[in-house]
Design a protein around this ligand. Structure first.
Ligand code: FE2
Length: 305
């Protein structure tokens, strides 16, 4: 029923700080009904919404639902005893169904066709058994397009990964892709990216990171260089992840959580079988900084049912 992750929303104390950070990261920003929205250039879909409030918190996550499936989803939610909010939380639009997940995080479900990622040129590689690039200077090409083309996934902190997994799989019909045993659960929305959503075990709920696809591994490293040149040094990468296999670089955001560029993530189909692994999150590269798994958010739910 869920076809993808549409956007995520944070409440933050200063929208100007958010605006500057997201611009440096490579997103286009705009004011919308008193909130700040961010999107990928060339793609008509809101990917981030920032709402002004005293303290930084995860505000909500929004998923797209297949056309014509909202009524069936509503029945499924009622059968499962899910809290359906009578009205949307302040600072949001009224579209779709609003429910609370087991951690009390508002989840918006909107019936909408997924928007295609911003088109990008191919990146022919001379790697492994294949030499696909002859007579071309790659280094002059990969600098042409380094900006994000779509939001890929977001991972949340939770103290109850089993309950969260049960809700997002049984009720909302996402699927487990793989787990890092006792630490991370990765979820998919069917054929496509290895994960569009997931959880990291913590003492309480919170936002860990969101990740945007860029056109190449070089775009990741060039983006990291751009952030460093603007004084935004705190980060983790370049590396390749174990589970999901994507190249990554994370920057710490102004509120102590993280934002990631990725490229070359595993693609899955309906025959994919989830596995549990006991591995670090990175296949190579420096280990994550000690603050990578710190959860700075208040443990109180955003909305009390
Ligand atoms: Fe990620």
């Amino acid at each position: 029923m869920i076809t993808g992750l549409h956007h995520y929303a944070l409440q933050v104390p200063d929208l100007e700080v958010a605006d500057s950070f997201l611009n440096d990261f490579g997103l286009e920003t705009a004011d919308k009904d008193g909130t700040l929205v961010a999107s990928c250039a060339g793609r008509d879909q809101e990917q981030v919404r920032l709402i002004r409030a005293d303290e930084k918190r995860l505000h909500h996550v929004t998923f797209t639902v297949a056309r014509g499936r909202t009524d069936a989803l509503r029945e499924r939610l009622e059968r499962a005893g899910t809290v359906v909010l009578p009205e949307p939380p302040a600072g949001t639009t009224g579209e779709g169904l609003w429910v609370l997940d087991p951690d009390g995080t508002p989840v918006q479900l909107i019936e909408q066709d997924p928007v295609l990622a911003r088109p990008v040129a191919g990146v022919p590689m001379n790697i492994g058994a294949e030499h696909r690039r002859v007579g071309r200077r790659l280094w002059t090409e990969v600098t042409q397009d380094t900006m994000p083309r779509r939001l890929g996934h977001s991972l949340l902190f939770t103290a109850q990964p089993e309950a969260m997994e049960a809700f997002y799989t049984t009720v909302l019909d996402l699927h487990v892709s793989d787990r890092i045993k006792g630490l991370v659960t990765f979820l998919n929305a069917g054929p496509g990216d290895h994960h569009v959503f997931g959880f990291i075990r913590s003492t309480h709920r919170g936002f860990h990171h969101a990740s945007f696809e860029v056109p190449s591994i070089d775009a990741i490293a060039l983006g990291a260089d751009r952030m460093r040149s603007r004084g935004r040094d705190e980060g983790w990468g370049l590396g390749r992840h174990t589970v999901g296999s994507n190249f990554f670089h994370y920057n710490r955001d102004p509120w102590g959580s993280w934002i990631e560029w990725f490229s070359d993530i595993d693609q899955i189909d309906d025959s994919w079988v989830a596995q549990d692994f006991e591995v670090p999150p990175h296949l190579w590269g420096a280990p994550p900084p000690p603050e990578f798994l710190q959860n700075h958010e208040s443990s109180a739910p955003v909305i009390r049912p």
